[in-house]
Design a protein around this ligand. Structure first.
Ligand code: GDP
Ligand code: IMO
Ligand code: MG
Length: 422
């Protein structure tokens, strides 16, 4: 069996949580392979909205196996809150959720270092979610991180050693007042460590490969989006992990030839939260309309998301890096009332037209648009492609022809049921 991967192709928040939940009945195993609680994946069914940060989006579909892979970074206090709120609504995950011993821990001081680093950057801040993601991956790559497996042996000692070094940095380099915040935070963090101990801590690479050998089907759920990838995103305005399809190999311990389908998710328009270039951003009333109708506010931080037209140059680049086999278009309903819709088909860079996503994006890059007719139809009740208005079919066909990959699912609302296969 192979591992199918589902990834965001834009700047995150494409609707990954919703689609993983919809696709879960087709899989035995659902995994997360990178990122951490910077992610906020929203699922809606039975009129209840759930936001998951660390836990895979397959947990609401009965006895599936859910795995947090080695590439993920875990904050025990956030994990504890997630587990408790799920328990309160009747979902006990102790038997169905497995955690890799190689996943790294976000320490309370990582979170403080994230805040200190962002404050020191001032205007140039990344706009991070302040969850400690950057400092945790920095320690991982610097070979100084703590992993889930460390909880099992001499943990307090290892913890104190790391924290002492972080405090040096916080005080001497950043002059950051950390004491009260650390005290408040440590208590719930150690309670979270106790919660983690109740779960099955596994050698996830063996576990997953054995499941594949036993004929189990696996889906890997990406976090963030391709344009936030540490290597291929708009560095330094990116997250600190490989969000691309290859990240599923390193974040789970599966070989490249085990990757099957790559589902690439995109919104029918674009959003970005945090700093960094965004060529098709709309700073006018149309951007505001997209934000209002699309309810574009961060699921993790509540920040308003920047909105803009669909960018096929960026999407084409993401598809190249990820090897996307199936496209999934989300939130088509948000543009239901638009007379016309623009799509960016190339960039003009200092007067030169290109379809290749450039290494640097500055104010010399201007998007070139094609304008299509809007569908002016309420899509939220549409349940079959045969009921698609002609203008929507044209919009999808235009995208498919440009990108050379089929759009196999169209989403027309946040609910499970508002998902149409083509
Ligand atoms: P993720 O991080 O990729 O899982 O996406 P988020 O959960 O951060 O953001 C997607 C938001 O759009 C959530 O609030 C979803 O409930 C909502 N959503 C998902 N699909 C659709 C859709 O087709 N239409 C509308 N209107 N909302 C959607
Ligand atoms: P999901 O999985 C949207 C953005 C932050 C910031 C940059 C770095 O819900 O799509 P970090 O906290 O990772 O150091 O922040 O990345 N960012 C996201 N934007 N969706 C996310 O996750 C994001 N996770 C991080 O806003 O610009
Ligand atoms: Mg999100």
């Amino acid at each position: 069996m192979q591992v199918d991967v589902l990834l965001g192709l834009q700047w995150g928040d494409e609707g990954k949580g919703k689609v993983v939940d919809v696709l879960t009945p087709r899989y035995d195993v659902i995994t997360r392979f990178q990122g951490g609680p910077n992610a906020g994946h929203t699922l809606e069914f039975n009129n209840i909205k759930h936001v998951l940060h660390t836990i895979p989006s397959g947990i609401f579909r009965g006895d599936k196996i859910n795995i947090i892979g080695n590439g993920v970074v875990i904050d025990p206090s956030i994990f504890k809150k997630e587990i408790e709120s799920l328990k309160n609504i009747g979902f006990d995950l102790t038997k169905t959720l497995y955690i890799s011993k190689k996943a790294h821990l976000i320490l309370p001081t990582h979170r403080l270092l994230d805040a200190a680093s962002e404050a020191a950057k001032g205007e140039l801040k990344i706009g991070s979610t302040l969850k400690g993601i950057g400092p945790t991956y920095r320690d991982k790559i610097g070979r100084e991180g703590l992993r889930i497996g460390d909880i099992l042996h001499n943990f307090k000692e290892k913890y104190q050693e790391r924290v002492a070094q972080h405090i040096e940095l916080l005080t001497k380099f950043y002059q950051f007042d950390y004491k009260q915040a650390l005290e408040d935070y440590e208590k719930e963090w150690f309670e979270g460590i106790e919660v983690i101990k109740q779960f099955q801590l596994i050698d996830s690479e063996h576990f997953i490969n054995n499941l594949l050998l036993a004929g189990k089907s696996v889906i890997a759920e990406g976090a963030q989006g391709t344009m936030l990838d540490i290597d291929f995103g708009s560095y330094p305005f990116v997250t600190s992990s490989n969000t691309i399809a290859a990240g599923a190999c390193t974040g789970l311990g599966i070989a490249p030839n085990k990757i099957g389908k790559v589902y690439g998710i995109f919104k029918a328009y674009c959003t970005r939260v945090g700093s960094g270039p965004f060529p098709t951003e709309l700073l006018d009333g149309t951007g505001e309309t997209l934000r209002r109708i699309g309810k574009e506010y961060g699921a993790t931080t509540g920040r308003p998301r920047r909105c803009g037209w669909l960018d096929l140059v960026a999407l084409r680049y993401a598809i190249m890096i990820d090897g996307v086999t199936d496209l999934i278009m989300m939130k088509a309903d948000v543009m239901d009332r638009f007379e016309t819709i623009k799509i960016c088909t190339s960039y003009s860079i200092s007067g030169v037209i290109t379809k290749d996503f450039p290494n640097e994006i500055d104010d010399q890059v201007t998007p070139v648009y094609t304008e299509l007719k809007g569908w002016k139809t309420d899509l939220t009740e549409v349940d079959h492609t045969s009921k698609f208005p002609e203008e929507l079919s044209n919009y999808i066909q235009f995208i498919e022809e440009y990108l050379g990959v089929p759009v196999t699912i169209v989403s027309v609302g946040p609910n499970r049921s508002q998902t149409i296969e083509r």
